[in-house]
Design a protein around this ligand. Structure first.
Ligand code: ADP
Length: 365
């Protein structure tokens, strides 16, 4: 049975539309990330599922029951907020028990659930402390604990890691991934951090402009982005898009000419593109390597060299001004201002049509 289903959900605040006909079906126990830039409607969608906002149109179903007409507490969902507020005068144990006591759950049952959640989160030793005696990461775990004790069918996490510093964020991300194995429930996490979504989610729902742009497994979204927005938003550094034109040809694969005149054979089916018009050539750094001038597909001028230790990212510009990011070895000798060659792997190239929709290498080509 599908766990959550959104059917044609739309929402506006006054005259401003925020969600436009959003539909989504989640599998049981699936971890889905809503990923998109700030203002793309992710939190509004989450709040509609939680019952904190009412959709103007559309329905929300959980495990076969319509829930969008139910009050938040009756939906079987639990939300962990970005700015989780623990009660400072209560112990961790009391913080976790509070919601259950309000809901009239029996004392013994509360004790069992709090002990179980503390075990899952490995915070047994902290149960008698006050929030002020905890680190940021520990407080975050208590906030998740408050959701776990409710035994929801669906967890809703709103930017759960954004309050943490960089090191703690990475560690908590790992903990969240491990925690996920121990809790039998579906999870929706809202994030604007593509690395977080790639690491944690079974599927990513990429949102922009009030709509879902693509739904897919992390590597599917990364390797076969539906459109140029997704291509640029998922992956760091971003995919570069260079203007190119489709060359007429009989072959099965598209051949393109870049703005600087260089030509490239892709593995994108020619038949998936109509006419011989303008396209954009999408390249990720792993598909472009640095060579000597004149030895690659084309030449470029180096604008920035980013040393990552094991490899070097070279941000360069073609003669027509198009930006391309290339990869070089760790101890690259490339310097700012150098004229270099770029060897472009046609099998790793993506093409985007005039309306922005993506075309990718044929699988196995
Ligand atoms: P995200 O979570 O992707 O950053 P939100 O769902 O928070 O996006 O917001 C989507 C849009 O709706 C934004 O333009 C935001 O300003 C607007 N918005 C959100 N909440 C309200 C509100 N209560 N009243 C009016 N506009 C709102």
């Amino acid at each position: 049975m599908a766990s959550l289903e959104l059917r044609n959900v739309s929402k506006a605040y006054g005259d401003t539309p925020v969600l436009d006909d959003v539909s989504l079906t989640m599998e049981a126990c699936e971890f889905v990330a809503f990923l998109g830039p700030s203002g793309s409607g992710k939190s509004t969608l989450l709040r509609i599922v939680a019952g904190l906002e009412t959709p103007d149109r559309g329905e929300v179903w959980l495990d076969g029951s319509r829930i969008d007409l139910l009050p938040p507490g009756a939906r079987g969902v639990a939300m962990v907020f970005q700015h989780y507020a623990l009660y400072p005068h209560m112990s961790v144990r009391e913080n976790m028990a509070f919601g259950l006591r309000n809901a009239g759950v029996a004392r013994d049952e509360i004790a069992v659930r709090v002990a179980q959640a503390a075990g899952v989160l490995e915070i047994e030793a902290l149960l008698d402390r006050k929030p002020g005696q905890l680190s940021g990461g520990q407080r975050q775990r208590v906030a998740i604990g408050r959701a776990i004790v409710k035994q929801p069918r669906l967890f809703l996490l709103d930017e759960p890691l954004s309050n943490l510093d960089a090191a703690l964020r990475t560690r908590t991300r790992v903990e969240l991934a491990q925690l996920r194995q121990r809790v039998e429930a579906a999870v929706i996490m809202v994030t604007h951090d593509q690395a977080e979504a790639m690491t944690l989610a079974d599927r990513i729902v990429v949102m922009s402009d009030r709509r879902i742009q693509q739904i897919g497994a992390p590597m599917q979204v990364y390797s076969r982005p539906a459109n140029s927005f997704v291509a640029r938003f998922v992956g760091s550094p971003a995919m570069t898009l260079a203007p190119a034109s489709l060359l007429p040809g009989e072959g099965g694969f598209a051949r393109v000419r870049l703005g600087d005149g260089a030509e490239l054979d892709t593995r994108v089916a020619r038949a998936s593109l109509s006419g011989d018009g303008a396209v954009q050539l999408g390249l990720r750094p792993e598909g472009v390597t640095v060579t000597g001038p004149g030895a690659g597909t084309t030449n470029a001028r180096v604008e920035l060299v980013e040393r990552l230790g094991d490899r070097t990212l070279v941000y360069a510009r073609l003669a027509d001004g198009a930006a391309v990011t290339a990869q070089d070895e760790g101890n690259s000798r490339v310097r700012l201002g150098d004229e270099i060659g770029l060897a472009i792997d046609g099998a790793a190239a993506h093409l985007f049509t005039a309306d922005g929709s993506g075309r990718h290498a044929e699988p196995g080509a």
